[in-house]
Design a protein around this ligand. Sequence first.
Ligand code: GTP
Ligand code: MG
Length: 607
Amino acid sequence: MTPREASVTVPASTERMSIVVAGHVDHGKSTIIGRLLADTGSLPLGKLEAVRASCERNAKPFEYAFLLDALKDEQAQGITIDSARVFFRSAKRHYIIIDAPGHIEFLKNMVTGASRAHAAVLVIDAREGVRENSRRHGYMLSMLGIRQIAVVVNKMDLVDFNREVFEAIRSEYEGFLSRLRVEPSSFIPASGFHGHNITRHSAALDWYRGPTLLDTLDTFTTEASTVDQPFRMPVQGVYKFTQHNDDRRSVAGTVHTGRLRCGDEVVFYPSGKKSHVRSMEVFNRAPRDEFVADEAAAFTLDEQIYVTRGELAARGGERPPLVSTRLRVSLFWLGRNPFVPQKEYFLKLGTARVPVRLEEIHRVIDAAELASSEGRDGVSRHEVAECTLTLARPLAFDLAEDLAATGRFVIVDDFEISGGGIVREAVPDSQTSARDRALRRNLNWAGGVDEERRAERLSQRAALVLITGERAADRKGLSRELEGRLFEEGRFVYFLAIGNLLYGVDADLDRTDDSRAEHVRRLGEVANILLDAGLIVIASAIGMTQSEVDLIQTAVGRDRVWAMWIGDEVTTDLSPDLVLTQREAADEGVGRLKAFLQERGVIYRPW
Ligand code: GTP
Ligand code: MG
């Protein structure tokens, strides 16, 4: 039967299933993919013949992998097609195959969400048997929660189609996977090269009564239920309409789970800012009033709030994501250099990219042998670790067991993806209770004139400037001077002196150290109201610590608070945004502070 004869009619369903093909090097992954394409008639007309002819001309043996290379070369010339994917179809549906030639590609594909796999094919060479990567990839699949797995024992022709060889591999690998609580849907003896049991049975393997690989794939499901899960969309970008004085912004991203309709309330995390969907944006597509899981989406909001790339959009009334700076995770390390506590890395989850450190290693497991060890000071290549990570700022995420797509992350070490994993648990940090309170407050906030319209009218961005420093520094004087100068220049500015709070808002509090946290919290809450009114607020306090500034940032929003230290030496644990010596403060303090605010876009430079 020639490939064209085997070709199938176009399936009625437009369902698309993504499959990742994994396994040890050279075990036949590309050959099996090439076969699937050829034997389902999914190749462009004449492609197979052309590649065969070219092999003949160059006197080299034909390889199915060349087919994939040829397809990729073609696809790479188009702009929109992802060259790591190939497509084929069965009578049942369309398939997207994610060809993952190495670990890194495999992990990247699995985690970044660009191509989340519904199922996996694990390929084992009958002659070589189970190798380290057969086991490692099995481990990664189990960790990433991929439960639909077909195991192909390939190259059966090289072992004379011997049933015992197949059964031995099957029982060894089944044993390994069962320790990971993974149960493959089928074990298939096959020959990719000769096409046995890929899309059709063969006489050579007549002792095998199970399904072919294609039959097995067709039994897998695409978990349509992701649409019924809570809505999650990592914000890819926010685009401003520039035509016709339009003040709308379009929030764009890919919907990971759930659905969103016009009029729905959307809440952005970690900030907890909320708004309503005004319109669904469609570019060259039919108009619609709903976006669902796996779609690229863009929508405008009723109230114009500042939203930036990296935030996670959720839907009001549904289970919200978690927010923390500490995560307990299971992580797979692939970097050449070990993952160590001394170094700063980046963690990417959804569209967020946050500096991260390894806080503690709880347990390290060898992914091929499943042996575990404790008391380690780093995670080496190919090891899996359970550890706690600390992020430089709060991140919104889900637990992998609740929502896989927003519970997966990768770790970047010097610009390279070096590890990846899943979030097991949100670990409380010093801000947990303050953050919960701020989120609850934001969720109940009654919006009036929105943030962006105020900012445009007032020609300034609301901000809180904290002026702190040593006892001897004249913080109050500088604050007043800054307020005066900004006011003269037409800014809407307010100096919130501590004295303004002490005998009013704080009248019920004493002035002991025990109450200091509550004073700081109230300062943050009052400032938050003034900021909502669009003002630039200046507040001064002696010797603020990092945790106090964190507390205020949690209340007000990190991107709206700037901490300035006045003094020759920073005498607390604070990492200020700007340090001015007493001399600098006296000579040019206001000028420096103004320049800083201009640089951060709080006030705009004169034309
Ligand atoms: P990497 O991408 O390098 O990891 O390899 P791969 O797993 O994609 O393997 P590939 O498909 O490139 O096959 C490796 C070699 O095995 C090629 O020379 C294939 O022709 C050969 N091969 C694959 N399947 C079979 C088979 O069923 N029988 C025989 N005899 N050879 C096979
Ligand atoms: Mg290959």
